[in-house]
Design a protein around this ligand. Structure first.
Ligand code: AHG
Ligand code: MN
Ligand code: MN
Ligand code: MN
Length: 335
């Protein structure tokens, strides 16, 4: 980078995009900005998680006599509040809420987008200071504007997503999102409190040497899944050697995969007979993003993930996602 060049903020980038695509109304950019702002608020809280004991433990009362919320509840509230205030969103469905919420004020009723969120992904990592994330997915509503949005707006096939992405609260905080055109990555610059374009036009490597799956459940997976996993476990010196990674936070696995390539699998097993990860809140947004970056995502040997029509909001689904060549390796093997 030349010295007189400086990185673009999320706002600057979306304004530039608007200039490049004259037909655009700026509503999606506005929505992404609102999500970005909520993410910054969550980020502040995430960074304080380590001193939670000083401020008061989650579920208890803090020194000011206020009740302290769990981080996933806090993130859920922040995101829903931001989306409720946003003039670009008519309703939200969250992993943390049983039902979707339709915003009934005049502005919201007239807006055309619904948003689905996993406010805090990988919440098991909070207490051990390992990366966590937020996932979001945006659809154009099917119900007419001017009316409250309905369940059908949220239960669309993933292929109809308008945008999707995640925020990763890691060694740095990043916002990565895909639109129909591209995948862009922004890093939060804490000194100015802005997301800055750090990873423009992300493309996932077609090949890699990383595979990711919970090996603790290995013997509980179906035979065809075990066969697929075996493809990545060298039997002798002549075979390609893969590295195994498992963070326990889908956002982190997807982020690593996007940057370094690889395959992330969350198959069905035992008590999770339909898989563990949720179709609407986790798998659809990540599959949209991965495909836009040149990768693939499937639910089994026959079904592209984004083609599946959700029957209900909290539906779960097996997922195999990542570098194109690695997904193509397992596709003929898994049933
Ligand atoms: P969440 O925290 O939103 O409930 O999701 C956690 C998920 C996912 O991110 C991760 O890949 C998976 O749980 C890990 O589960 P296991 O440790 O059982 O594999
Ligand atoms: Mn999750
Ligand atoms: Mn969650
Ligand atoms: Mn959860």
């Amino acid at each position: 980078m030349r010295l007189n060049q400086r990185v673009m903020t999320l706002d600057e980038f979306t304004i530039q995009e608007l200039r490049n695509y004259p037909g655009a109304t700026g509503q999606l950019s506005g929505l992404l900005r609102d999500i970005g702002l909520a993410a910054k608020r969550v980020n502040v809280e995430v960074n304080k998680a380590g001193i939670a004991d000083i401020l008061g433990e989650a579920g208890k009362t803090n020194v000011q006599g206020e009740s302290v919320k769990k981080l996933d509840e806090f993130a859920n509230d922040q995101l829903i509040n931001s989306l409720a205030t946003s003039i670009y969103c008519c309703g939200v469905a969250s992993e943390e809420n049983e039902e979707f919420i339709a915003f009934s004020d005049e502005h919201s009723k007239n807006s055309k987008y619904v948003v689905l969120i996993d406010p805090l992904d990988g919440s098991g990592n909070i207490d051990v200071n390992v990366s966590i994330g937020t996932i979001f997915s945006v659809y154009r509503r099917l119900t007419p504007t001017g009316t409250p949005c309905g369940l059908e707006d949220f239960l669309q096939q993933g292929i109809y997503q308008i945008a999707a992405g995640y925020i990763i609260y890691g060694s740095s905080t990043m916002l990565v999102y895909a639109t129909r055109r591209s995948v862009q990555g922004f890093t939060l610059d804490p000194s100015i409190g802005e997301f800055c374009l750090s990873h423009p036009n992300l493309k996932v490597p077609e090949n890699s040497d990383i595979f990711s799956v919970n090996m603790g459940y290995y013997h509980l997976y179906d035979e065809s899944i075990r066969e697929a996993i075996q493809l990545f476990m060298a039997k002798d010196k002549k075979e390609k050697v893969y590295r195994h990674r498992f963070v326990g936070c889908m956002v982190s696995e997807i982020h690593r995969t996007l940057i370094q390539g690889g395959i992330f699998m969350y198959p069905a097993f035992g008590k999770y007979s339909q898989g563990r990860l949720r179709l609407c809140y986790e798998c659809n947004p990540m599959s949209f993003l991965m495909e836009k970056a040149g990768g693939l995502a499937i639910a089994d040997g026959k079904r592209r993930l984004l083609d599946i029509k959700p029957d209900e909001l909290h539906q779960r689904i097996p997922i195999f996602i990542g570098s194109k060549n690695m997904i193509e390796m397992i596709q003929p093997v898994i049933r």
